[in-house]
Design a protein around this ligand. Structure first.
Ligand SMILES: [Zn+2]
Ligand SMILES: [Zn+2]
Length: 262
């Protein structure tokens, strides 16, 4: 059983109203040993919807960490929305914050969020997906201070067909994965995809390919934005990991990877 959720949000994220306390209580109830909260910080998101008040967030998390220390291990993480040109500002944001864990994610492609229909209307399905992958490669060429790249094929959640053939994007996917492996960076299994797509992010092909290319670091996250989704579908994440040839998943403390047997 996977007992660490490494991708969760609470009310410090622009798209969640859930008190952090409720996320922690739910994690305890579900038998997790470790909960890493990873609030959003998306610099330059339209209307500053995802600007994080990191000090307030850290203060509350540290208070809960102490309060729950005999029940669960709480870790201080963040999910950064990355675009290549933000690299300096992201580095500035991270500096001296003392994060345990950093997810780099693509939520915007050149300022446009694939969540909104305009994205695929403008680019079409195939090109829209391709541009998303291309932007990831561009981002990791410019910004490197992260531990895992989040939900690698997130864009598919919002594509008109809600499905894609990873082999159509093999070249760019390989380039991304080779680069990540070379940098010693991980990816995640994100179970939020099961809600809309019926499979985890990323698709099994990408997970297997990362393993084939020598990748070893995979964290597991529900991407829960409320208490009900904490550790959701972790049995499916375990299945996906084993199927792709992994016998371990990864946790991070103070930015250092540790492997836990599946
Ligand atoms: Zn995300
Ligand atoms: Zn998230």
């Amino acid at each position: 059983m996977i007992t660490a959720d490494f991708h969760t949000h609470s009310y410090f994220s622009g798209d969640s109203d859930e008190p952090t306390l409720e996320m922690v209580k739910s994690a305890v109830q579900k038998g997790l040993k470790t909960l890493c909260i990873t609030e959003h910080n998306d610099i330059d998101y339209p209307n500053n919807e995802f600007d994080l008040d990191a000090e307030k967030y850290k203060a509350e998390l540290m208070r809960l960490k102490a309060e729950f220390s005999d029940k669960i291990e709480l870790l201080f993480g963040v999910e950064l929305g990355v675009m290549g040109y933000l690299a300096d500002r992201l580095n500035g944001f991270i500096k001296d914050k003392g994060f345990d864990f950093i997810i780099a994610s693509s939520h915007l492609v050149n300022g446009l969020d694939p969540y909104y229909p305009e994205y695929f209307e403008q680019f079409g399905t195939k090109n829209g997906i391709l541009r998303y992958f291309e932007s990831i490669l561009e981002n990791i060429n410019k910004f490197t201070d992260f531990d895992v790249y989040g939900h690698l094929d997130y864009v598919v959640r919002y594509s008109p067909e809600k499905a894609y053939e990873p082999l159509d994007y093999r070249e760019i996917i390989d380039e991304i994965l080779k680069k990540l492996v070379g940098m010693g960076k991980g990816i995640e299994v994100n179970t939020a995809g099961l809600k809309t797509l019926g499979y985890v992010h990323p698709n099994g092909f990408i997970l297997s390919r990362y393993r084939e290319l020598g990748g070893e670091i995979v964290t597991v996250g529900s991407d829960a934005h409320d208490r009900t989704r904490v550790a959701a579908d972790f049995d499916k994440a375990e299945e996906a990991l084993k199927y792709a040839g992994f016998s371990y998943y990864t946790v991070f403390r103070q930015r250092k990877a540790e492997f836990v047997k599946l």
